[in-house]
Ligand binder design. Structure first.
Ligand SMILES: Cc1ncsc1CCOP(=O)(O)O
Ligand SMILES: C=C1C=NC(C)=NC1=N
Ligand SMILES: [Mg+2]
Length: 214
């Protein structure tokens, strides 16, 4: 099993509607810049579905594996299983961890979105491999986003979950990284900071330079 905390350091999340460019070229630039984990999150306006979504997912997975970066699928457990993804990330209203574990290979990575200590505790009990914690700051990337929890929210959840791998999410830019790691996260996950950067490679490299391999 890979060192999940190291993988969570620079975690790009992207779907085809998070960039006006070809998502595969944005992903390849980010991989060259040193992202450590990727999540395919095809959601919201003009999101792909069916065969088109599956084909893009397979191309993205192949690209990630070319750079030895694990490939995670958001929400869609069936797609993740079908294409042999390395894991899934689910929210509070998605399939529960126990039923995912029953269907997936034993070293499958299962991430859960949490916003507070109660949800974080439940994720630990359910056997999540890591939790996404946020939104840390305001963001307009996710339509139904909850109120920001700030660095205090990260610190509180860290004090609740002990050593569980934690990645922060929500409105994160380069200038936020030091404070977020200081507050107790193992890494940062971003959508727009990389997918909408002039140079996704430079954006990824800057984030990676701020988070020392533990
Ligand atoms: C998926 C998700 N979950 C909480 S905030 C968010 C969106 C993060 O996007 P950005 O990094 O552009 O703020
Ligand atoms: C909502 C989310 C929260 N956290 C992570 C890591 N991914 C997500 N899609
Ligand atoms: Mg979800």
């Amino acid at each position: 099993m890979m060192n999940l905390k190291r993988c969570l350091r620079v975690y790009l999340i992207m779907g085809s509607n998070n960039t006006v460019r070809d998502p595969l070229s944005v992903l390849e630039e980010a991989l060259k810049g040193g992202i450590t984990l990727f999540q395919y999150r095809e959601k919201g306006a003009n999101a792909k579905v069916g065969q088109e979504k599956k084909e893009l997912a397979m191309k993205m997975k192949r690209l990630c594996h070319k750079y030895s970066v694990p490939f995670i699928v958001n929400d869609d457990v069936l797609l993740a299983l079908e294409i042999g993804a390395d894991g899934v990330h689910v929210g509070q209203d998605d399939e529960i961890v126990a039923s995912i574990k029953a269907q997936c290979p034993k070293d499958f990575i299962i991430g859960v979105s949490t916003t507070n200590s109660q949800e974080a505790n439940q994720a630990v009990k359910d056997g999540a491999d890591y939790i996404g914690v946020g939104p840390i700051y305001a963001t307009d990337t996710k339509e139904d986003v909850k109120l920001p929890i700030g660095l205090e929210g990260v610190a509180e959840i860290r004090s609740t979950v002990g050593d569980l791998p934690i990645v922060a999410i929500g409105g994160i830019k380069t200038s936020h990284v030091a404070g977020i790691i200081q507050a107790g996260a193992d890494g940062v996950s971003v959508i727009s900071a990389i997918s909408q950067a002039k140079s996704p490679k430079i954006a990824a490299r800057q984030l990676a330079s701020l988070i020392n391999p533990s």
